[in-house]
Design a protein around this ligand. Sequence first.
Ligand SMILES: Nc1nc2c(ncn2[C@@H]2O[C@H](COP(=O)(O)OP(=O)(O)O)[C@@H](O)[C@H]2O)c(=O)[nH]1
Ligand SMILES: Nc1ncnc2c1ncn2[C@@H]1O[C@H](COP(=O)(O)OP(=O)(O)O)[C@@H](O)[C@H]1O
Length: 210
Amino acid sequence: MTSNTNTLERDRGILIVLSGPSGVGKGTVCSALRKISPELVYSVSTTTRKPREGEVEGVNYFFKSKDQFEQLIASDEMLEYAEYVGNYYGTPRRFVEETLASGKDVILEIEVQGALKVKEKFPEATFIFLIPPSLAELENRIVTRGTETNDIIRSRMSVAVDEIRLMRHYDYGIVNDEVHKACSKIQAILMAEHCKCDRILPRLEQWIGE
Ligand SMILES: Nc1nc2c(ncn2[C@@H]2O[C@H](COP(=O)(O)OP(=O)(O)O)[C@@H](O)[C@H]2O)c(=O)[nH]1
Ligand SMILES: Nc1ncnc2c1ncn2[C@@H]1O[C@H](COP(=O)(O)OP(=O)(O)O)[C@@H](O)[C@H]1O
């Protein structure tokens, strides 16, 4: 009897894209998820939006001028970027690539246009869309948060319906009625993704031959 003591090779991390309209609770769900799934790594985006009160450079975003952002695009340092309600937002490429290669799962909390660009480059990524319980509740949440002017809220609400239409490009939709339920669903999705045969089989080639 032959015995093969090879252990399963470490896999690349899973890239998780989390989108949803402004105010649906992406930030809130991610903060809660950080506490219960500390192994997940969050990509910090770059933006030309002005910092909100309490936002910290390098923690919430890397805040840049329009010129600086365009330099980053020109030097191919953005994995993806998009313009959203008058500002640029983008994902720094190197951090994401290195973290995935080290075997850790990475979450990108990004809007839909950028998510579709990520899908072209990483079709194997997991795309999750956070849905509000209703459009009225979405507006209520963004108003209650108190970080945006009425004009910006109107613009973000009018983009929200277009964003929800693009949900068909995502793998999973989760209604954010209660934060802990939304987090449990994300954890369940990730657990299942890690167990997919087409992720595991290539790493068994050393055991079973190609
Ligand atoms: N494409 C893209 N979108 C991003 C990125 N970072 C943040 N966003 C999205 O930009 C939109 C506006 O973000 P923000 O101004 O922080 O507002 P908030 O989502 O309401 O807190 C949200 O949909 C974010 O998910 C990024 O790196 N790339
Ligand atoms: N499940 C929920 N139930 C009630 N309020 C929520 C829920 N999730 C988030 N919120 C609230 O909605 C507002 C917007 O949440 P936030 O995480 O900033 O949204 P996003 O990052 O998607 O723009 C915040 O005031 C937050 O406390």
